[in-house]
Design a protein around this ligand. Structure first.
Ligand code: OOG
Ligand code: MG
Length: 262
């Protein structure tokens, strides 16, 4: 690690405050170009601690930048991992207040709900499918705390991978009945299809992203707990939204989920 504990705590406070006050900030690597990957995850962990201290609960985990479309859009080359607390969860067909966000975008994702914990190293697609209670369509609302949504990998990891809201809904579906690679998704904004793709866009199979997350956590002595909701990453580019927009995600054979921005 290159940063001291005080700096890590200050950077976590800066990003957490930006999220709470819905204002942006400059990339933290601008001020700390030498920070390393451990520093980045330590800052993310600092944000988590602040939220837990305020009484929040972790309800899920996420993998991001797991599709080529997303990596190209953001100009980065490898996946990142973050957490989601209870206040990020939007009920199906629920509302998101844009006043509480900076510059939200939506992403079509496949959500995995686990019946048993997943621990790496060596976690693989088969283990993920065996540990999955069911799959659901999920829309992630990302909201980078960085100015103009521009960042590098270390900055976005520190910023808890832009996590801000998510919704899951539709039909809880057994993984055994689904070919995750050919699974088709359509995301609509105000009734118009704005993004379409198939599961294979995410590392060949979205379950791979969940396995990568378990292996990443293992390197920190952690696991994905039973009961967690895991978002496997945007299948397509993220789409900007504004007050008045309704977004719906339809996944083949799994129904749909939606949310409204007000
Ligand atoms: C980082 C988070 C990306 C995904 O699904 O790819 C992400 C970002 O693009 O702001 O959640
Ligand atoms: Mg995402």
């Amino acid at each position: 690690m290159k940063l001291d504990a005080r700096t890590i705590a200050d950077l976590a406070a800066r990003l957490d405050d930006c999220q709470r006050e819905a204002r942006d900030t400059t990339k933290i690597t601008d001020d700390h170009p030498d920070m390393d990957w451990d520093d980045a995850y330590a800052i993310q962990h600092g944000i988590l601690h602040r939220k837990l201290a305020r009484g929040r609960r972790v309800v899920g985990l996420k993998a991001g930048l797991t599709s080529l479309a997303k990596m190209k859009q953001m100009g980065v080359t490898s996946p990142v991992f973050g957490f989601m607390t209870d206040d990020y969860a939007v009920p199906d067909c629920g509302e998101v207040q844009v006043a509480g966000l900076i510059h939200p975008k939506v992403e079509p994702e496949i959500a995995f709900v686990l019946k048993s914990a997943l621990r790496g190293p060596g976690c693989h697609v088969g283990a993920v499918l065996a540990a999955t209670e069911y799959l659901l369509p999920g829309i992630e609302v990302i909201d980078s705390r960085y100015r103009d949504f521009k960042f590098d990998l270390k900055s976005v990891i520190a910023d808890n991978t832009s996590a801000s809201r998510f919704v899951v809904g539709g039909v809880p579906t057994q993984a055994s009945g689904v070919d995750l690679s050919t699974l088709g998704v359509i995301m609509e904004k105000n009734g118009e299809a704005v993004a379409m793709g198939v599961g294979a866009a995410v590392l060949g199979n979205p379950a791979s992203a969940v396995a990568m997350l378990a292996n990443h956590l293992a390197s920190r002595g952690e696991e994905i707990p039973a009961g967690a909701i895991v978002l496997s990453g945007g299948i397509t580019e993220a789409v900007a939204v504004a007050a008045g927009d309704t977004v719906t995600l339809r996944v083949h054979g799994m129904g749909s989920t939606s949310l409204r921005f007000v």
